[in-house]
Ligand binder design. Structure first.
Ligand code: ATP
Ligand code: MG
Length: 154
């Protein structure tokens, strides 16, 4: 199914702003604006919802979150990249290899009294791989995290 990213992301961002327990800013940039991906609409929505949920949960007051989508070229293939970046608590380097594991939660996350089961990222990784895509993360404690979904353009 050919899904327009703006159609999914614009309402999803509004929802997350409304349900956030603190003031959050979420910006959206899609280049080109009509950018589409081939994916199951429901699963793609759930994946993005999980990433947004984390970006809000693991940020402190006045979370500043940026969602950006673009095309990129590598090894003669074209990909669509969806980036969710936050300026939140970040993830320690030694924890990064584990965050996509089922039930894994960074121990210090609990200090912020943030609830969760450690299932969100496991779901996202499983699902994006089912779509033939990948997920990558870069993060720095105290600075923030960036999750990048990549899907081959068909
Ligand atoms: P669930 O999503 O099941 O409600 P969860 O958010 O704890 O619970 P995941 O979404 O799988 O589980 O994330 C796993 C862990 O990775 C989190 O517990 C948290 O420690 C860390 N993490 C995930 N996203 C972020 C982020 N944006 N910033 C900082 N830490 C993060
Ligand atoms: Mg989560």
């Amino acid at each position: 199914e050919e899904v327009r990213l703006k159609e999914i992301l614009a309402p999803l961002i509004e929802q997350h702003k409304l349900k956030a327990d603190k003031p959050v800013r979420i910006s959206l940039q899609i280049t080109p604006e009509e950018l589409t991906v081939t994916a199951d609409r429901t699963h793609l929505t759930n994946m993005l919802s999980n990433l947004l949920d984390n970006a809000v949960k693991y940020s402190l007051e006045h979370a500043d979150i940026a969602v950006s989508c673009r095309l990129c070229q590598e090894n003669e293939e074209t990909y669509t990249e969806i980036c969710v970046s936050d300026c939140g608590i970040g993830i320690a380097r030694e924890c990064l290899p584990h965050i996509f594991d089922k039930f894994y939660r960074v121990p210090t996350g609990n200090r912020h009294e943030v609830k969760g089961y450690g299932l969100g990222l496991f779901y996202v990784k499983t699902m994006i791989e089912k779509h033939g895509g990948t997920i990558r993360v870069t993060s720095e404690p105290g600075k923030g995290s960036r999750f990048i979904l990549r899907l081959k353009k068909t």
